[in-house]
Design a protein around this ligand. Structure first.
Ligand code: ADP
Length: 306
């Protein structure tokens, strides 16, 4: 009896021991299999983070389990957005430096000309000074626009009840005497929106500046403010050169200028409309550009009416 009991205990101990050993090994295997995709994703993320200088490549996403697959895809979307932002910043810096280099080179060239030939040929001085004046003004405008843009990027304006009819009327009347165009004001009274008056004025002036620049002097410019379907629509319409369909979205990008021989003769930096777009967004509006008939453009901004 005692011998059989001891044998039974030994057999039970061996079975328990083997089961425990196998169970532990199996649990390890299962845990490793389950966490492998997570570990792979963590490794990929760490490798990608190390390359912070270069554009972040996207991660290789495990197909299963579903949660890790979705997490990987979400990471990739974040990385793509980040890459696009980085690229935009790089383009911005390189465009800004390119745009600034041109007037600086012109100014330096003319200063050297005066230094070298000013004594013997004083007649070059007034012409060179005019050139320096013009180019330094261009530089000043460009820097001001860049500052506007960076402020608009970070700005959080305080929105309050504004009478947009009064603001538009006031700008229209002040602006007309300074341009060679006839201005037609068509403003519904007492239209209120939730906005910021300084930035709203800046938007209207920028659109009128463009209408003035990109249309012939003998054509009228229309500034209108209408209550349409309980929204407030502000439009600036000209009879100018118009904007080709494929470039209508692009003109709101920084430094973008429509490339035609005619528009190239007109001075500008390609920053005005990107500032306008930022400011419209700050005022919770939307902006679009449409064709005017028989020609020219309509810049239309829509705000919520209050
Ligand atoms: P800028 O006028 O300094 O070049 P903007 O950002 O204000 O820069 O405008 C971008 C481009 O959009 C301009 O270069 C011009 O080609 C085009 N554009 C803007 N407004 C008009 C307009 N009213 N009519 C025709 N083209 C326009």
């Amino acid at each position: 009896m005692i011998n059989s009991l001891i044998l039974l205990i030994i057999i039970i101990s061996i079975v328990v021991f083997i089961t425990l050993g196998f169970g532990t090994w199996w649990a390890h295997q299962l845990a490793a299999k389950l966490s492998a995709p997570t570990i792979q994703l963590v490794k990929e993320t760490k490798n990608t983070t190390k390359n912070s200088e270069v554009d972040q490549p996207t991660l290789e996403v495990p197909q299963s389990p579903q949660e890790i697959h979705e997490l990987g895809n979400a990471f990739n979307e974040l990385l793509t957005a980040q890459n696009q932002r980085l690229q935009r910043e790089k383009d911005f810096v390189s465009n800004a430096s390119h745009e600034l280099r041109t007037p600086i080179a012109a100014v330096r060239g003319n200063i050297n000309l005066i230094k070298r030939h000013g004594d013997k040929h004083p007649e070059v001085i007034p012409e060179s000074l005019d050139f320096i004046d013009e180019e330094s003004l261009r530089m000043q405008n460009l820097i001001e626009n860049l500052l506007h843009l960076s402020r608009a990027d970070r700005a959080k304006v305080i929105l309050q009840d504004e009478n947009l009819s009064e603001i538009t009327e006031q700008i229209g009347q002040h602006y007309e005497p300074s341009i060679p165009h006839k201005m037609i004001l068509d403003i519904d009274p007492n239209l209120h929106i939730s906005g910021n008056s300084d930035t709203l004025k800046q938007i209207i002036v920028a659109l009128l500046d463009n209408a003035n620049k990109y249309s012939d002097d003998n054509t009228p410019i229309n500034l209108s403010l209408k209550d349409i379907n309980n929204k407030v629509e502000l439009s600036v319409t000209d009879l100018g050169m118009g904007i080709p369909d494929d470039q209508k979205k692009l003109i709101f990008q920084r430094f973008y200028r429509v490339d035609t021989s005619h528009s190239n003769e007109i001075k500008g930096s390609g920053l005005g409309l990107s500032i306008v777009a930022q400011l419209v967004k700050l005022n919770n509006g939307t902006i679009e550009v449409l064709d005017n008939h028989p020609r020219g453009s309509i810049f239309k901004i829509i705000f919520d009416k209050i």
